[in-house]
Design a protein around this ligand. Structure first.
Ligand code: HEC
Length: 361
């Protein structure tokens, strides 16, 4: 009979009666003593011999662990894994780690305090306690004070416990049993629950699919997205100072023209470059009659065509720099002078094929 007994509970009128009863009941050593009161009673923990809550110690240890974790974390990332010198400072200087160390300390300490109190000390997943089901509990929630002798390792001398509580002046004494164990969840209920879950997911998925299919996708708040503004990497970037160019970016397509003079030396250089690099595709006269066999496939431009006669020097230069379709970009293989020289030479070839009377000396 005693296996199913949680304990024997005696009710007392006021805190003074309870405090007075404790030493007498304690002297019998029948079981674990516990008090249930409507509000905290001063002196009771001391009389019951309760030790201090371990929560403070837990928080201290975990807080220190947080500090250490944050320090090691940052030290490893900043000075071992990916050292990044910022403003010439030592990547492992601890002063920079302090804010994060402080915050991780607080984080660890706060979680330990909250979860430790609820889960470890208050045994949270257990939402019930045998005392809650007793008649005495209802009295305690009003104005009575309960002292209970609880079974230790499953055994309790119920008669002796009742006697000593009465002797200590209890108004009433109740034997509290463990409730019958709750029935296990049936397989059918589990299956029904799973089916309901699966159905809900399917419905939600189908609903989402339908919504996305049927309704146009609208950006939620477009008034920030659609506004007059200058975007990065676009024309909104700070323009260069008028009349200047960036380093290494001499504009050639504009009105600047060929910077080299049309001297004999330049034309000699141009012919050398053309013969070595362009002639094989464009032909000795630049008229698109290549030396290449038909296997080459592509048709090199006839630079004697009207279109190319009216090209600016810059446009020919651009073709050398960037190529076009089957024509490879050859520009970076030449010096800038070589590029402009070959442009002069192409011009000379064009003029030779389209000579005019005025060209005669
Ligand atoms: C590998 C063969 C090949 C070489 C080498 C070559 N070209 Fe071309 N070139 C082409 C072909 C093919 C086209 C026609 C591209 C098109 O319009 O599809 C072309 C087109 C051009 C054009 C006209 C581009 C335009 O805007 O339509 C110019 C100018 C030109 N080449 C100049 C040169 C010069 C100068 C050289 C030497 C530095 C040279 N090419 C070397 C194959 C070549």
């Amino acid at each position: 009979m005693t296996e199913n007994i949680f304990g024997v509970v005696g009710l007392f009128e006021d805190p003074a009666a309870l405090l007075k009863a404790v030493p007498l009941v304690q002297s019998k050593r029948l079981g674990k003593l516990e008090a249930y009161t409507p509000y905290p009673v001063h002196g009771l923990p001391g009389v019951l011999g309760l030790s201090r809550s371990p929560l403070g110690g837990m928080v201290l240890v975990m807080g220190a662990l947080g500090t250490l974790t944050a320090f090691l974390f940052q030290w490893w990332m900043n000075s071992v894994d990916y050292p990044l010198v910022v403003g010439g400072k030592d990547p492992s200087s601890w002063q920079a780690f302090v804010p994060i160390m402080f915050e991780v300390t607080v984080l660890f300490a706060a979680f330990t305090a909250g979860l430790g109190m609820l889960l470890l000390l208050n045994r949270l997943p257990d939402l019930w306690h045998p005392f809650l089901l007793s008649k005495s509990c209802a009295e305690v929630t009003r104005d009575k004070f309960a002292l209970s002798i609880e079974a230790e390792s499953g055994s309790l001398d119920v008669a002796a416990a009742q006697a000593i509580l009465r002797q200590a002046g209890a108004l009433s004494v109740e034997v509290v049993a463990f409730p019958a164990p709750a029935s296990k969840v049936s397989l059918n209920a589990l299956l029904a629950l799973s089916a309901a879950g699966a159905l809900t997911c399917a419905l939600a998925g189908a609903g989402m699919y339908g919504a996305v299919k049927l309704f146009p996708v609208l950006p939620p708040m477009s008034h920030m997205l659609v506004q007059p503004r200058l975007d990065a990497q676009q024309r909104g970037m700070r323009p260069p100072v008028a009349g200047t160019v960036a380093r290494g970016r001499m504009p050639y397509l504009g009105a600047l023209g060929n910077p080299l003079p049309r001297t004999k030396a330049v034309l000699e250089l141009g012919r050398k470059v053309f013969s070595n690099n362009c002639l094989i595709c464009h032909g000795p006269l630049a008229n698109g009659t290549p030396i290449l066999t038909a296997a080459y496939g592509a048709k090199p431009a006839n630079l004697q065509a009207k279109k190319f006669l009216s090209y600016t020097d810059g446009e020919i230069y651009h073709a050398i720099m960037h190529g076009k379709n089957a024509m490879p970009a050859l520009g970076l293989g030449f010096t800038e002078d070589e590029r402009w020289a070959v442009v002069h030479y192409v011009r000379a070839l064009q003029r030779a094929q389209h000579a005019q009377d005025t060209d005669l000396p």
